[in-house]
Design a protein around this ligand. Structure first.
Ligand SMILES: Nc1ncnc2c1ncn2[C@@H]1O[C@H](COP(=O)(O)OP(=O)(O)OP(=O)(O)O)[C@@H](O)[C@H]1O
Length: 663
């Protein structure tokens, strides 16, 4: 292409961008006008409110961010059809498409077409932007067998771009192996095993956006949930889905999901290990089942001049039947009540020849002898009470003596209300609540950093995805919890999705090759069978230095790092964080904590999972390793947070696997 035609093409594309922006503005104005008149057209207050909410959401979805390009690609098909591909549909006043949503079926070829399978695409064009300004483009003549693949300059620039602030979407550069996962069917549950920086989180979030686009009504009703390991992580990913126009997604940690009791205590490791074990589900189920008693006497219900009677035998049959049906406990109680009332109805009909009224039936259901009977054979119980009783005196059916001792309350609280629950107790209470009543299920749940979920935490999520599907994201090598998974099949079984496909992702988009080489030296010591990531990035820098004074070396390293663009993360053992933060403050460096959006962050190693910084300064790896039983796994997580440069500062000798060069 000559310079002249190149300039002319750029000018055309810029004109299309401007026209698309104007069209989007008009779409928004129309939505706003509808929003204003919505109240007049809706028949009643309720519909007005629902319509108002839908329209105001629509207005919000059509917001245009001047720094985010409206389109990032173009497809020219062999049949001369031409489409721009972007973050959302934009149509002109006549309803003709100006930009196609990246999730539309036609857009799929933007991600999947290749020289060997052009899918009817003659030319694929990628656009380069700088701050919302269209600055360049790159053409691939797939129809002629030409393709750039990962050699694309625009892809490389996007991957190597300095990071600032929260995570961004990757719609412009989703890779074919990622796209296959993003566009998997709603009914399919998938587990993605990927080394650090292979785009698992990105894929999970884009899959959520894709499914919402394709199954909007169904998922709006049931909901989509993203589960992340902690608040800092949720904060980091929070902007991705709204940037893709998806505002209706709930984000939570497992602790948020089970927050029906306040957490005011922590468990000893031995107690936590037992409480997080899957057997606790059976312990609770057995304890609940044991509350149901076999009726031993007949039931007499006085009713005016009558006195109805149900024999012990008939009552037994009712209770046994409901037991066999095994509904949630509270529903079981109501079923027994309903069947008792049905027997009373039959007796009344037989005696009077008439069907008793519904009011009579309600009255019978609440009659004192009926309630006393229910309280005796199928007593009502709360989830809190059930767990309280189990922890006061753990039953001996499934746990060993030592395990029972580990979880037994040393000093039992006087009442359920005064109990000091731990995080693991909260999951037990949630389990109990799930045994007692039905839990509404989300349509789709994305679970990030899933390798750290305990069996009981998996069950918390399983209850909320029973009628939906899941996308499980994780890396067995990054498992730091005592109960971290060693085999995805176990996690999937606890999640109730044993047949989910386990798919590996291997191409690393974050961590430069030199840094990955260092981190990969830890892999053989981690005891898990996972493939190493292969980095796409040949740039980046690694410095490993032994220093005499860690604090002053950290201050110097932060100053040096601040010379470059992008974020700086100082990661150290949790106990060292206050000391380092103080040293930085004393030196006049502004640094934030996990929840701030400062350019420099001092991050405890235990919260670094899932995050990334352009420049990472790891302080004293030996302390990070020594701080916890799975310290080497933690170090692997920490070393793989760097996007461009990694400084390792140590005073003590480096941990063995990274002290020696790999052969
Ligand atoms: N196709 C892509 N194009 C551009 N950037 C990408 C692509 N895929 C991933 N990235 C970038 O690579 C980085 C790592 O992605 P992400 O956090 O999703 O990886 P991850 O596998 O979840 O990592 P970890 O296991 O460390 O949590 C992010 O900055 C993301 O934007």
């Amino acid at each position: 292409m000559t310079l002249h035609t190149l300039e002319a093409e750029l000018a055309d594309e810029r004109a299309h961008l401007a026209a698309s922006r104007a069209a989007l503005r008009r779409m928004r104005e129309r939505a706003e006008a509808l929003f204003v008149t919505g109240e007049d057209v809706a028949g009643d207050a309720y519909s007005a409110e629902t319509l108002g909410r839908t329209l105001s959401r629509r207005v919000a979805e059509l917001a245009d961010n001047p720094n985010t390009p409206l389109f990032f690609g173009r497809l020219n098909f062999e049949n001369d059809e031409r489409y721009h591909v972007g973050r959302r549909h934009v149509t002109d006043d006549a309803g003709e498409p100006m930009v196609l949503d990246w999730r539309a079926p036609i857009s799929r070829s933007f991600y999947r077409a290749s020289a060997s399978d052009p899918q009817g695409v003659a030319v694929r064009r990628r656009f380069g932007f700088s701050g919302g300004e269209l600055t360049s483009f790159e053409d691939e003549y797939l129809g002629r067998g030409e393709e750039l693949g990962t050699a694309s300059r625009i892809l490389t620039a996007e991957i190597e771009r300095p990071r600032v602030g929260p995570m961004r979407d990757i719609v412009a550069t989703i890779q074919p192996e990622q796209d296959e996962l993003v566009r998997a069917e709603l009914d399919e549950s998938i587990c993605i095993q990927g080394a650090p920086g292979t785009g698992k989180t990105a894929v999970g979030l884009h899959r959520a956006a894709y499914l919402l686009y394709l199954h909007r009504e169904r998922l709006k009703r049931a909901g989509v949930l993203i589960v992340g390991p902690n608040r800092a992580f949720l904060h980091y990913i929070a902007a991705v889905l709204p940037a893709l126009g998806e505002l209706d997604v709930q984000q939570a940690t497992v602790d948020d999901l089970v927050a029906r009791v306040p957490v005011r205590a922590t468990d000893e490791p031995a107690a936590a290990a037992v409480k997080q074990d899957a057997r606790m589900a059976a312990v609770l189920a057995n304890a609940l089942r044991a509350r149901v008693r076999t009726p031993t006497e007949p039931l007499m219900v006085p009713d005016g001049s009558y006195r109805w009677r149900i024999s012990t035998e008939a009552l037994r049959r009712i209770v046994d039947e409901v037991r066999r049906e095994a509904p949630p406990y509270a529903i079981g109680r109501e079923r027994v009540r309903a069947r008792v009332v049905a027997m009373l109805v039959r007796q009344a009909e037989y005696t009077s020849g008439e069907s008793p009224s519904e009011a009579w039936q309600r009255r019978m259901g609440k009659a004192k002898p009926v309630v006393e009977f229910l309280d005796a054979v199928w007593p009502a119980v709360t989830a809190e009470q059930l767990v309280f009783d189990v922890l006061c005196d753990p039953p001996d059916d499934l746990l060993t003596h030592a395990e029972r001792d580990a979880i037994r309350w040393a000093k039992p609280p006087r009442t359920v209300k005064s109990a000091k629950w731990t995080a693991a107790d909260a999951a037990l209470v949630d389990e109990a609540a799930g045994l007692i009543d039905r839990v509404p299920s989300f349509g789709h749940v994305v679970i990030d950093e899933a390798q750290d979920l305990s069996p009981m935490q998996c069950r918390v999520i399983a209850r909320r995805s029973e009628h939906g599907s899941v996308t499980l994201l994780g890396d067995l090598a990054q498992g730091t919890a005592p109960w971290a998974a060693r085999d995805w099949r176990d996690t999937l079984a606890h999640l109730g999705k044993p047949d989910a496909r386990v798919v590996p992702l291997r191409t690393g988009f974050r961590v430069p090759e030199v840094v990955l080489d260092l981190a990969n030296r830890l892999l053989p010591a981690l005891g898990v069978d996972v493939p190493e990531a292969v980095s796409l990035r040949r740039d980046g820098a690694l410095r490993v230095r032994q220093v005499t004074d860690l604090e002053s070396a950290t201050v110097t390293a932060v100053r040096e790092a601040s010379e470059f663009d992008g974020s700086v993360g100082v990661i150290a053992a949790d106990v060292a964080v206050p000391v380092l933060a103080k040293a930085l403050a004393a030196a006049g460096v502004t640094a934030g904590g996990p929840d701030d959006d400062e350019r420099v962050t001092v991050m405890p190693a235990s919260l670094a999972k899932g995050l990334e910084y352009d420049h990472v300064i790891v302080v004293e790896p030996a302390d990070i390793v020594a701080a916890e039983p799975r310290g080497l796994h933690r170090l692997y997580v920490v070393l793989t947070r760097a996007v461009s440069r990694l400084d390792v500062l140590h005073h003590a000798p480096l941990p063995e696997p990274i002290a020696t060069q790999r052969q």
